[in-house]
Design a protein around this ligand. Structure first.
Ligand code: SAH
Ligand code: DHB
Ligand code: MG
Length: 230
């Protein structure tokens, strides 16, 4: 594989893509299941380019593995790409519940989860996530929650996540930086404002310990919030 020599100041999307391609080529296995899932999502017309990139999917899997997660909740399924990574962290009797508004996306996600042989562990729930979350009163709390749906609802999702995760459990929120738009005061759309509202809520939130780190990839840069429930 030809590796393009990057600019010494890694500022362009191509620079990030180049670095990820190199490290991925050493650390991520060729993955026929993910390839088939992505192709199916693409064939069915899903905007699969908004799914997490492979190296972030694997990070989610490893984070869930490292806390021996048995119950995982995801908000925002799309074609089930991140759900498959996360479900791979689960033991035989583990469970992942993933919430999706769009019925067509949910159908494709179920197909992909079947391709991955994970149907027995994964439940895709269709509907507006806020309404689904409000109804959830699980007997056992979740170990790990990944929030990746409409950013405008981030504060609502995070409040539910705090209620639904066990003490010491993990909450990850995708898209905390939005290629710099969150830090740029001239942008005020609903998604950007949703991320800002969550940051305001998190300042001095006694229930969680948090940090956010950049996640640069071929799509540009964004960020993961990593929160541990106290
Ligand atoms: N986590 C996925 C990507 C999710 S993209 C992955 O990395 O593979 C965001 C998803 O959130 C989209 O599929 C969108 O339909 C869904 N979504 C948007 N608004 C929603 C809502 N109100 N309730 C539930 N899902 C929603
Ligand atoms: C969008 C959503 C995401 O979760 C993401 O990671 C990138 C883009 C979007 O809705 O455009
Ligand atoms: Mg996302």
């Amino acid at each position: 594989m030809a590796i393009i020599v990057p600019n010494v100041n890694p500022t362009t999307i191509e620079d990030w893509a180049c670095s990820a391609e190199l490290t991925n080529s050493f650390l991520l296995e060729e993955d026929q299941v993910m390839r088939a899932a992505l192709k199916n999502a693409e064939d069915k017309g899903l905007p699969h380019e908004i799914a997490v990139p492979a190296e972030q999917g694997k990070l989610l899997q490893l984070l869930a593995t490292s806390i021996r997660a048995k119950r995982i909740l995801e908000i925002g399924t799309l074609g089930g790409y991140s759900a498959i990574w996360l479900a791979r962290a689960l033991p035989e009797d583990g469970e992942l519940v993933t919430l999706e508004l769009n019925e067509t996306y949910a159908k494709v996600a179920r197909e992909n989860i079947a391709i991955a042989g994970l149907s027995s562990k994964v439940k895709v729930v269709v509907g507006p996530a806020k309404a689904t979350l409000a109804k959830m009163k699980p007997e056992h709390l979740f170990d790990f929650i990944f929030i990746d749906a409409d950013k405008a609802s981030n504060t609502d999702y995070f409040k539910h996540a705090k209620r639904l995760v066990r003490r010491g459990g993990t909450i990850i929120v995708d898209n905390m930086m939005l290629v710099g738009l969150v830090a740029n005061p001239t942008y005020t759309d609903d998604n950007v404002e949703g991320v800002r509202a969550l940051l305001k809520e998190l300042k001095n939130d006694p229930d969680v310990d948090c940090t956010a780190v950049g996640t640069a990839c071929y799509k540009g840069f964004d960020g993961f919030l990593y929160a541990v429930r106290k």
